[in-house]
Design a protein around this ligand. Structure first.
Ligand SMILES: [Zn+2]
Length: 415
């Protein structure tokens, strides 16, 4: 339902109790309109329940002015009563915000430590609600998964390993009950350097590749090999700019490209012609679309096989590409098996590649009172989009795979 439709509906009935569920996902006008429905009620009870999103927004803004009740447990060792939070589990984070040291790391688990004596708390033990500001109104309760018997604390820590901004925000909001402070993100020389491995560009015999093409004055092409089963690394086999689609077709043949995704704009007709010149299902045209903020309801990649078209959630897809390159800097790939994009040893000397990747900047913009994460570019960013289309190609079904290669192609899918 459109936010306008939702806000309009709220005006229609008088009420005694107002329950605002998932207030952070609402049209920012909705709560004020709903308040009016309490106008004729003598009870006038108000409740707002939500997963937090960003600091100072929605439920977090309400929490800030509330009496701030937290669930306190008593330390079985020293008797100290205390609330539980992320800092009592993870003691050190790296520069990308990934956990570096946490309680129980050596034993392959995670536990909450006492603020006073440092020993393990019984997070599910008896407890009570304690207000930080007794007497203040409204009454506010902070819920996290830390005192839920259903929560897997180790999994909660490992999810913090993700450098995908969309996933990080979900973990902070839904597991830890915390607002998320987004990283003003962009790739750096340092990150790209750490993504380099000891190989060069060029086709590898017997390998089936994936291709992404960004269309502008030139055609920027990125080709990647399939993901290695052990390291989860996908090598970059080619990154360069060519002047017309006949050269793209030649690269497809040279690198044995199974699936190629091409920017549908601005040269839709030329892209269509190129698509029609290839075997059915081998070339897809891609459009960027803007989905609702942090929407988890729809896939970031919407396929329309009949049209040979994919609609891509721009922010979520670019988040994924950034995450794959950043994942190449993880010191120990055994800790979390993530999808990884590596670069060849000479990546610095690939004309404009670093500049294009660094030109994308992740920022938050206000859209009708809601904060929306978007990528803006400071300079040309063609290779970043070519990488993205290449990543999408890896997620699409292969056209009539040969039986021997079916397993391999499945392996390189991303979700
Ligand atoms: Zn203690």
């Amino acid at each position: 339902m459109s936010p306008e439709g939702y806000a309009a509906q709220l005006k229609s009935v008088d009420a005694d109790v107002l329950l605002l569920d998932e207030i952070d996902e609402m049209d920012t006008r909705a709560p004020a309109i709903a308040e009016k429905r309490l106008g004729h009620s003598r009870l006038g009870v108000r409740r707002a329940v939500s997963t937090p999103t960003y600091r100072g927004r929605g439920i977090h803004a309400l929490w800030e002015v509330s009496d701030q009740r937290q669930w306190f447990v008593r330390c079985p060792h020293c008797g100290e009563r205390q609330a539980m939070g992320m800092s009592q589990v993870v003691s050190e984070f790296d520069s990308l915000g990934r956990p570096k040291v946490w309680n129980g790391m050596a034993e392959g688990r995670a536990w909450v430590s006492c603020l006073r004596c440092g020993k393990e708390l019984d997070r599910l033990g008896a407890g009570e609600w304690v207000a930080a500001h007794p007497g203040r109104r409204p009454v506010g309760f902070h819920l996290t998964k830390l005192f839920s018997p259903l929560a897997d604390l180790t999994a909660m820590v490992l999810k913090l390993y993700s450098v995908d901004e969309t996933e990080r925000k979900e973990t902070f909001n839904q597991d830890w009950g915390l607002p998320y402070d987004p990283r003003g993100g962009r790739l750096t020389d340092q990150i790209l350097d750490l993504a380099r491995r000891d190989y060069g560009h060029g086709p590898v015999a017997g390998e089936k590749c994936f291709m992404g093409v960004d269309v502008g004055d030139l055609l920027h092409v990125v080709i990647r090999g399939p993901e290695n089963r052990q390291s989860h690394e996908s090598p970059q086999r080619y990154a360069g700019a060519v002047s017309d689609f006949s050269e793209v077709a030649a690269l497809m043949a040279l690198y044995n490209v199974g699936v190629c995704v091409v920017d549908a704009l601005p040269e839709t007709r030329a892209a269509r012609q190129f698509q029609q010149g290839q075997r059915t299902g081998r070339v897809w045209l891609a459009y960027y679309v803007i989905q609702k903020t942090g929407s988890r309801r729809e896939d970031a990649i919407q396929q329309n096989p009949d049209e040979g078209v994919v609609n891509l959630d721009r922010t979520r897809c670019l988040d994924e590409v950034m995450a794959r390159l950043m994942a190449a800097t993880v010191p120990d790939p055994d800790v979390v098996a993530d999808h990884v994009f590596t670069l060849p040893a000479h990546a610095r000397s690939v004309a404009e590649y670093y500049d294009h990747l660094k030109a994308l900047l992740r920022v938050l913009e206000d859209h009708a009172g809601n904060r929306v994460a978007v990528y803006v570019n400071e300079g040309a960013d063609h290779f970043a989009h070519a990488e993205n289309y290449c990543r999408v190609a890896m997620a699409l079904p292969a056209p009539t795979p040969l039986p021997a290669q079916a397993g391999l192609e499945k392996e390189s899918g991303w979700d």
